[in-house]
Design a protein around this ligand. Structure first.
Ligand code: SF4
Length: 252
């Protein structure tokens, strides 16, 4: 019998038993292991933002999005309260997502430049978007304990992708810091000391046990603060994604 979905041990127990990315995507949406995040995702969905008053929010953990044999992964930090937590798809329905999907399309990695809801027809080519924390946190900041509790989901997802995965783009310093221990848990060997985040920074982890080397690229997060101030421009993001795609051996 499964452990209770409310149990802090549920992600580790359940994620390790997923035989496919599709199974994992289904299993994660039932997770209730972080009481603060469960309360927040549901409160946001009950109160809603005025612009989305008539919409039914997803209000559950948001699974990764993109093909199960992706050679490139883009890893953020966590879904946004009125973005992924509303639409049920990573980066879909908020400013950061608008910026990201336009860049993915410009890089030849997405079928369209906009993402508005789960049935909008968007397809990704060879790239999967996911996060180390699957529920929207208050203030966009999970606690270290929540980050650690959620880690098994992404570790299992990356381990399932591992046979074909060649590159990861980590969005933002928090995403980078959260990603490195996930990669270690998923079986990659990290250099010591652990490399710090830098936009355009590249770290290549050795392969082994049926895996090729994994290229990990840093990129500023497409948050409002970064894009409105020009710290991250559309050409900058497109360039990193194209580089990631080249390192992954795919399009772009
Ligand atoms: S953040 Fe992760 S571990 Fe916590 S409830 Fe959501 S899916 Fe489960």
């Amino acid at each position: 019998m499964d452990e209770a979905e409310e149990d802090a041990g549920f992600p580790a127990y359940r994620a390790a038993r997923c035989a496919s990315v599709a199974e994992l995507d289904g299993a994660v949406t039932g997770c209730r292991a972080c009481p603060r995040l469960v309360a927040w995702r549901e409160e946001v969905a009950a109160v809603r933002r005025a612009a989305f008053r008539d919409e039914e929010y997803w209000a559950r953990p948001v699974p990764g999005f993109g093909p199960a044999d992706a050679s490139l992964a883009v890893v953020g930090l966590a879904p946004a309260a009125h973005g992924g937590n509303r639409t049920g798809r990573m980066f879909t329905g908020d400013d950061a997502g608008d910026f990201l999907f336009a860049a993915l399309h410009a890089a030849g990695l997405a079928s369209q430049s906009t993402a508005t809801h789960r049935a909008d027809g968007l397809e990704l080519y060879g790239v999967r978007i996911t996060a180390p924390v699957h529920c929207a946190p208050p203030g966009n900041r999970p606690t270290p304990a929540e980050r650690d509790t959620c880690r098994p989901w992404l570790a299992a997802e990356l381990a399932l992708l591992a046979p074909g995965l060649r590159a990861v783009v980590a969005l933002g310093a928090f995403g980078w810091q959260a990603l490195l221990p996930v990669l270690a848990r998923a079986g990659w060997l990290l250099p010591r000391p652990r490399p710090g985040f830098r936009h355009g920074g590249l770290v290549t982890l050795p392969g082994g046990e049926g895996r090729g080397p994994l290229h990990v690229l840093g990129c500023y997060h497409p948050s409002r603060r970064n894009t409105f101030t020009g710290r991250l421009t559309a050409p900058m993001l497109t360039e990193v994604l194209e580089r990631g795609a080249r390192l992954a051996g795919g399009a772009g």
